[in-house]
Design a protein around this ligand. Structure first.
Ligand SMILES: [Zn+2]
Ligand SMILES: [Zn+2]
Length: 255
């Protein structure tokens, strides 16, 4: 029993073998996958995948990389997508100061507007924060985001900041890099955050965990991250799989 809380089944990387991928997922320990949108097109695909596959749920939103492509009309179209069946969150949204593909003020503006959309719809938010820790938490607080459920995906901040997020009621999702050799910071986060506040994810097709590092990542590999968390916390793998799956179902409001 595993819930991959963040993957991009909609990625063009799977255009040639999506049916095969679906079969592999169905044969694996993974019972649920959250297919996350990055822009309008991928969010439409996420709606389609959620309708097509039992195990698939969707999130719709505009990634900070694509913030430049946003306008009022597109936001309204996202609102329409968010109301489709099995769409459970607005995401991924946030800030990425590592690549700065969109200007920072534009990223911040559409981050705020999409938080507003989630609050209006009463939906959870999936946050992407890369090298923008301070601005991310500040904007979340200013916009009242913690009135709804907040998920920090592929969390890469400090254990101290993770503690603050948990205090604010947020959930932390751990991705493949925790399995990497020099993952001291991520290990500290797992040690610090109670298991009740943790989810596991692949961010497939990116960031494959060991021993698949450098390959195309797939939702089945989320098992490696759950195994690593079990090792760090001194728990059974089965227990970590079940608790993180229950956490994700509760977070996304899935029966
Ligand atoms: Zn992301
Ligand atoms: Zn992602």
């Amino acid at each position: 029993m595993l819930f991959d809380s963040h993957a991009h089944i909609n990625s063009e990387k799977f255009d040639n073998n999506r049916e095969e991928l679906a079969k592999w997922i169905e044969e694996s320990d993974v019972d649920f996958v959250m297919d996350v949108g990055c822009d309008f097109e991928s969010s439409v695909l996420s709606v389609e995948n959620a309708a097509k596959y039992d195990w698939c749920y969707g999130a719709v939103g505009c990634h900070p990389h694509e913030a430049d492509s946003m306008d009022d009309e597109t936001l309204l179209m996202f609102k329409g997508l968010a109301k489709k069946p099995k769409i459970k969150a607005i995401g991924e949204i946030g800030l990425d100061y590592h690549y700065d593909y969109s200007p920072r003020d534009v990223q911040q503006y559409w981050f705020r507007r999409q938080i507003g959309l989630a609050l209006e719809l009463g939906m959870p938010i999936i946050i992407h924060d890369r090298e923008a820790n301070n601005d991310t938490i500040q904007i979340l607080k200013q916009e009242g985001a913690f009135d709804t459920k907040v998920l920090l995906h592929c969390y890469s901040g400090s254990a101290e900041l993770a503690k603050e997020y948990v205090r604010l009621g947020a959930t932390i999702s751990i991705a493949g890099p925790v399995t990497f050799k020099n993952a001291r910071r991520a290990v500290e986060v797992v040690e610090t955050v109670p298991i009740e506040n943790l989810l596991v994810e692949t961010d497939s097709p990116y960031l494959a965990p060991e021993p698949y590092r450098g390959k195309i990542n797939m939702p089945m590999y989320v098992k490696r991250t759950a195994m690593k968390i079990a090792e760090i916390k001194g728990m059974d793998y089965e227990e970590v799989a079940k608790i993180t799956c229950d956490n994700a179902k509760r977070f996304f409001d899935i029966e």
